[in-house]
Design a protein around this ligand. Structure first.
Ligand code: SF4
Length: 338
């Protein structure tokens, strides 16, 4: 299924709303879009989100929406398994939790017990936290970290809000990572060379089998071209590269398609990283998806991070680097190492 079919009309049949945010303007705007959903008032989002014995896999087929206030921190230092692209002060923020796309290898399956989508409506508090950091040093911030923010744009408008906030703060650079096809967003927001749109690219076989509801490879590349046409820097993320028997041919075909579809001289940079995940998260993924070839792979545990054995990992990395080196200058290629 293409993301086109879900990004606007994803049926949240049940919407849980914290009492404290019932009258929040964002709550009202969101509820107005879902007049047919059943709205249930709750005390705290964790009463629903953290309920014991939930099935992430089952919920994923029909998640509920939870509207809440984030009363804790919402900006965090970047995780070691993520790339910092040379920025000294690397953070991520979590204004939404969970994703309407459905990637089999998604770390959110291991991070959360619930597949329900949480939207924190008090975005201004995240802005304040970022401003406090900006008073000390420049900030590089991933705003689409534990969700795909573009896929939720019709619901939240948060991509637009982060882009406008970034435009007003010259020491802030944000990355918006996505597997979405959407292009209309680039008409809505002011162009800014500090708003980086980062497209995760995978071979056709991986998208079809393991990245349900996401955009096709041509759709992602077309959206990336559109972003560059509108003056935004674009990053191509070959990350995670997933192992399967025909991965080498599939990756070669993918890079050929990239080369034929996009002007690579205009790309800001590319990242390469093989699939990796915390040893704690993989336990939950394996339990929830016993038939998944990705999750059941016999990974090696390197200091709490599950990775492909060195021979496979290096072969995959070297293959991607070699394929891309002939197309993009070396200093624009970032390889995930930690
Ligand atoms: S797009 Fe990203 S956040 Fe969404 S399901 Fe896929 S891996 Fe997870």
């Amino acid at each position: 299924m293409s993301s086109a079919t879900v990004s606007c009309n994803f049926p949240f049949s049940h919407i849980y709303v914290e009492k404290a945010v019932l009258d929040h303007p964002r709550t009202k705007a969101i509820l107005a879009r879902f007049s047919k959903s059943r709205v249930i008032e709750i005390g705290h989002y964790k009463d629903v989100f953290n309920r014991p014995r939930q099935s992430f896999t089952l919920q994923k087929t029909s998640p509920s929406l939870i509207l809440a206030e984030n009363t804790g921190a919402s900006v965090f230092p970047g995780a070691p398994v993520c790339q910092d692209f040379g920025y000294d002060h690397f953070y991520y923020t979590s204004s939404c939790r969970n994703c309407i796309f459905d990637c089999e290898y998604c770390f959110l399956r291991g991070m959360y017990g619930s597949a329900d989508v949480v939207v924190f409506v008090n975005l201004e508090d995240a802005f304040s936290e970022v401003e406090k950091l900006l008073s000390k040093h420049p900030v590089y911030l991933c705003v689409s970290f534990d969700t795909d923010l573009i896929a939720l744009e019709n619901l939240t408008g948060y991509v637009s809000e982060w882009a406008e906030f970034t435009k007003e703060h010259p020491d802030l650079t944000i990355e918006i990572r996505t597997k979405s096809f959407r292009k209309d967003i680039f008409q809505k927001i002011p162009s800014c060379d500090r708003v980086i749109f980062a497209y995760t690219l995978s071979p056709k076989e991986v998208i079809e089998k393991f990245e349900k509801r996401t955009a096709t490879l041509p759709e992602r590349l077309s959206a990336a071209s559109c972003a560059m046409d509108k003056g935004f820097p674009v990053r191509l993320c070959f990350d995670p590269v997933v192992y399967f028997p025909d991965w080498k041919n599939a990756c070669t075909e993918m890079v050929a398609e990239v080369k034929n579809s996009i002007d690579l001289s205009r790309i800001k940079d590319v990242s390469i990283g093989t699939f990796r995940i915390s040893s704690e998260y993989i336990k939950k993924l394996r339990k929830g998806l016993p038939g998944s070839p990705i999750c059941q792979f016999p990974f090696e545990n390197h200091g709490g991070v599950m990775e492909y054995p060195d021979l496979i990992r290096k072969d995959m990395e070297n293959t991607l680097v070699t394929l891309l080196q002939s197309l993009i200058s070396q200093e624009k290629i970032f390889l995930a190492t930690f």
